[in-house]
Write a protein that binds this ligand. Structure first.
Ligand code: RUU
Ligand code: CO
Length: 253
């Protein structure tokens, strides 16, 4: 079984995505290109590199170029500090190859919205906050928890990654987003995932704007507020993913 990506495969992938991002007018700086750009979502997903990124086989991996991740605590009243981790500003570009996915997850703190820059985006989500033991979400405490808009039926053409089907079960709603569509908001604590249609001519290029992203891949987090350093706000449903996403296994070759 493939348990790594070679340096050449990884660099080719990230370089292709960077070129696409730049062609789309995104402000890619050299400092935004590093070994956490390409996210390989779990040990079993390295198999995606056997036949290459363009095989259209279903796997969970995609690229993120983060242009801004700003805590935005300057000027906040001290009394607001406890809630500042729910705020902030983040702007990133995500690129998903045909047939590939971002794995189902939710964020305790982060609300995000998407604008498709190029191609088509398949979005899968749960319209309600799902209140069960596994997610440890208590609805009663919230200011408001209005549901997200209903989506469409999942198209028959969607082929999910092997062994990951269960984690998509509660994401009953589907939307296909295209350039020029209204911004699509995913509220905090709602399950979501997305992918690029298998038969697409281009990877899908998505601009995501959100509150501050508390995540392990965040560069420069060390200088931030002490209290934020332990926070990983991406909660993936597939077992073990929260940890395995921390770093990629890239070997010489
Ligand atoms: C997209 O839904 C996203 O939240 C990205 O911003 C990454 O943090 C992982 O998933
Ligand atoms: Co998300």
């Amino acid at each position: 079984m493939r348990d790594h990506v070679t340096r050449r495969e990884y660099n080719d992938w990230v370089s292709e995505c960077a070129a696409l991002a730049i062609a789309c007018g995104y402000p890619v700086q050299r400092s935004m290109i590093h070994d956490s750009v390409g996210l390989i979502m779990g040990q079993d997903q390295y198999a995606a590199f056997v036949n290459g990124l363009w095989s259209r086989e279903p796997y969970e991996l995609f690229a993120i170029f983060e242009a801004l991740n700003e805590p935005a605590i300057e000027g906040l009243p001290k009394a607001g500090l406890a809630w500042a981790e729910y705020g902030g500003l983040c702007d990133k570009l995500m690129i998903v190859h045909p047939g590939k996915f971002c794995s189902p997850h939710y964020h305790w703190r982060k609300t995000e919205y998407y604008e498709v820059v190029l191609g088509e985006m398949d979005v899968f989500y749960a319209p309600e906050i799902i209140n069960d033991g596994q997610l440890e979400i208590a609805i009663d405490d919230m200011i408001n928890h209005k549901t997200m808009p209903r989506g469409d039926r999942w198209p028959d053409r969607v082929v999910l990654p092997n062994g990951r089907e269960g984690s998509y079960e509660r994401l009953t709603e589907y939307r296909c987003l295209r350039p020029g569509d209204p911004k699509f908001v995913v509220h905090r604590k709602h399950l979501h995932a997305f992918g690029c249609p298998r038969d697409a001519l281009t990877p899908v290029v998505i601009r995501e704007v959100s509150n501050y992203s508390h995540e392990p891949t965040t560069v420069g987090k060390a200088g931030l507020l002490e209290a934020w350093q332990h926070i990983h706000d991406n909660n993936f449903l597939h077992p073990g993913l929260n940890e395995s996403r921390l770093s990629n296994t890239i070997v010489d070759g």
